[in-house]
Write a protein that binds this ligand. Structure first.
Ligand code: APR
Ligand code: PHB
Length: 395
């Protein structure tokens, strides 16, 4: 089989890239290790920046997102027992974010791909990428018990943090920056009305918590938990009880509990690979970088990588120009590092670090006290939260 772009991974990055290329008449095949149901079973964040919303519109898959997504003009931070609203709209000259689950977005992209009759190979085993340092890369894999080979012009590594593409780059050609945090997030999804109309990020003496949502009838909550624990140790009742202890009285009074539809623990990590291009192999999304979920930047960063990659590939086919491909890595990394910094900083500001002494909690409290009572401080949080501009001008 032959295609122009072989896309490894059918998460949001791979599917969105496929859709944008298809709209521009560039041919791509998507290879995914898991089944479609498995991909849709993963619960991830769901706060979209305007840049991401615009891109999904451009890809022609925004209709349900606009119908069902919730526009959020602000969010709250609960710290030291007090709540402070970050008025995104007022602080950023009218910007907002859209709450729409990554699962739903993935479903929309999958359906668009199926409706257009585009090739996606699910349950592709043993995917391996070859020859990307030359002009004729190809990908091998097994599907339905048969060995297959896909020849292509380019390989897009959209295969997430544990994927095969980044792992195939020779060690000397890549630098990896990584920070692991000494805790995880225990998430619970429930068909109960959210505790508030807006998200609440909670810094409590018992650890961080987040009250989020998927719709007006479906809530998503998170608790900072030690990495040593297992999800099985958390009954639904234990989760709700711990959440209550981290909230303030008004939120406790409004909290509606119910059986968990999903419960899982995710570690927190900051990670960046440099560069994001190796000859004819390009990394996009989680394959190239990971942020801790505080601030919900992961999906948004993936979307902007894909925007730049799609534009560069389309330019290559339309104009025979490699300019966009050459700038891809540097262009993405500048934005990636800004979001990495914000996610790290917002995590440091809101979580309890088990090895830090009492003075660290005092510093954190004082920093929040300053930020949340200063127009400049609030603006700093707000403009990062709604998303920085796509390009920042001269470096
Ligand atoms: N062969 C084929 N597919 C693979 C392989 C492989 N060897 N390894 C991984 N994959 C698939 C995974 O099964 C997954 O479906 O690649 C896909 C990668 O999807 P994601 O992990 O969702 O990554 P990405 O599409 O970049 O999405 C980024 O997801 O994790 C969040 O915070 C992140 O919201 C952001 C978004
Ligand atoms: C979520 O709803 O899953 C969510 C929202 C905001 C975050 C992280 C996760 O910062």
């Amino acid at each position: 089989m032959r295609t122009q772009v072989a896309i490894v991974g059918a998460g949001p990055s791979g599917l969105l890239l496929g859709q944008l290329l298809h709209k521009a008449g560039v041919d791509a095949v998507v290879l995914e290790r898991q089944s479609g149901e498995y991909v849709l079973g993963r619960i991830r964040a769901g706060v979209l920046e305007q840049v991401c919303v615009d891109l999904l519109d451009e890809a022609g898959i925004g209709a349900r997102m606009h119908r069902e997504g919730l526009v959020h003009d602000g969010f709250e931070i609960l710290a030291g027992g007090e709540r402070q609203r970050v008025d995104l709209n007022a602080l950023t000259g009218g910007k907002s974010v859209l709450v729409y689950g990554q699962t739903e977005l993935t479903r929309d992209l999958m359906e668009a791909r199926a409706d257009a009759g585009l090739a996606t190979v699910y349950e592709a085993e043993g995917v391996a990428v070859h020859g990307f340092d030359g002009a004729r890369p190809y990908v091998t894999y097994r599907a339905a018990g048969q060995e297959r080979r896909l020849d292509c012009d380019f390989v897009a590594g959209c295969d997430g943090f544990h994927g095969v593409c980044r792992a195939s780059v020779p060690k000397g050609a890549i630098v990896e920056y990584e920070k692991l945090y000494p805790f995880g997030w225990l998430g619970l999804l429930a068909d109960t009305p959210p505790v508030s109309d807006e998200l609440i990020y909670v810094n409590s003496p018992r650890g961080f918590a987040l009250c989020s949502m998927r719709s007006r009838t479906r809530s998503r909550y998170y608790l900072q938990v030690p990495l040593s624990g297992s999800v099985d140790a958390w009954t639904d009742d234990a989760f709700w009880e711990e959440l209550r202890l981290r909230l303030d009285a008004p939120a406790r009074a409004r909290l509606v509990t119910g059986p968990a539809l999903e419960k899982s623990i995710a570690p927190l990590r900051s990670f960046v690979a440099e560069p994001l291009r190796f000859g004819r192999l390009f990394l996009a999304g989680d394959a190239g970088h990971i942020v801790p979920p505080t601030g919900a930047k992961g999906l948004n960063l993936a979307a902007t990588d894909v925007k730049f990659l799609a534009a560069a590939l389309i330019e290559f086919y339309r104009e025979r120009s490699e300019a966009g491909l050459e700038h891809y890595s540097a262009r993405c990394l500048r934005r990636v590092w800004r979001a990495e910094r914000f996610s790290w900083w917002f995590t440091m500001l809101t979580h309890r670090f088990p090895d830090d002494g009492p003075i660290a909690a005092k510093f954190q409290h004082a920093e929040l006290d300053y930020l949340l009572n200063s127009e400049a401080g609030l603006r700093t949080i707000a403009e990062n939260y709604v998303g920085l501009p796509l390009d920042f001008g001269a470096a």
